[in-house]
Write a protein that binds this ligand. Sequence first.
Ligand code: AMP
Ligand code: MG
Length: 390
Amino acid sequence: MISVSEALDALFALANPLDIETVPLSDSAGRVLAVSAVAERDQPPFPASAMDGYALNSAGAVTGASYQVIGESAAGHGYNAPVPTGACVRIFTGAPVPASCDRIIIQEDVDRSGDTITLKDNLDSKYYVRAKGFDFTYGQTYDAPKLLGPNDVALLAAMNVPQVRVYRKPIVALISTGDELVMPGETPNPDQIIASNTFGLAAMLREIGARVRVLPIARDTLQSLEQAFSLAKGADVVVTIGGASVGDHDLVAQAAEKHGVQRQFYKVAMRPGKPLMAGRLGDAMMIGLPGNPVSAMVCGKIFLTPVIRALQGLPKHPVPRLRAKLSHPIAQNGGREHYMRAVYENGTVRVFERQDSALLSVLAASNALIVRATHATALEAGAEEDVILL
Ligand code: AMP
Ligand code: MG
């Protein structure tokens, strides 16, 4: 058996960034920028007003001074003529500040009568001019690799970047195995159950930008499993679920080997999820997850999601953790790292009493896992422990 971090390192060694492709900016959210983007312009491209008011030259702009309003500068319609001493221009937020002006007097700070304004008492001391390039400047880079979210898309759009270079989406083939499984919506025989974690894993992977192919359920025969491996051709990651322990019907390892999988490891010292397998399969990688529903989902979170991120070109890091206070005491841990289902709220974490790896209802009620290191000592209420948010 190897440790969780050794297993993850072995997976990372198999997971290199995929090819790069160009996508329109409108399709880029959730993708990882592969080539740094470059601003095509200054933003703002001119000194811009930050308020509604009057643009003027700050020299002599004191309480009681009067100015002639000689024109208007609105967003998209600047005022391009000179503004002589003693004159000002009506201006609105986002509009270009005329050349000889350096200050906006907000409209609340003037008395206006016809085309004359007089500056009031207690003038706001701010100038309210956003300099040219205040947000970013021409040629400024937005560095790859970067997972693009809505805020990044907004920035890139402002930079006038209409398309971006991103890593290709990883293709993941999911193979469920077991004579007892039927698809959701089918009518199971009395001794059958519904394939569940297959759908949970597909959702988990799609959420982080993988293309998922859910293959037909493989039966517990070598022939059926080998057929499933054939159908998985073209995938970057082939994930099997179940059939990974050493029972008579656990044929995944055999089928994988027959299909050319070079096995890197087989068992990981963790709960839930000891029977975890991984190896190289041609240009792709194969990961064999345990079948127990919670084990499969927890291993998906701990192993699959960082691997998908690595294939997308992001740094090879484990799932992030935070520290939280236990709301109650917990017992010492044994020789396997334990990922316990829990609820995290406001810095405190409560661990569920029922930790059986078949309990999807408990997993669904959880929003976190606490991580108990191997041989961790018992902890009192109020002690801190590592937490992974789900
Ligand atoms: P196995 O590793 O094949 O012995 O599976 C362990 C347990 O997980 C068994 O109770 C299986 O019925 C169950 N199981 C395996 N695959 C799935 C699946 N895709 N969805 C739900 N349960 C599964
Ligand atoms: Mg099975």
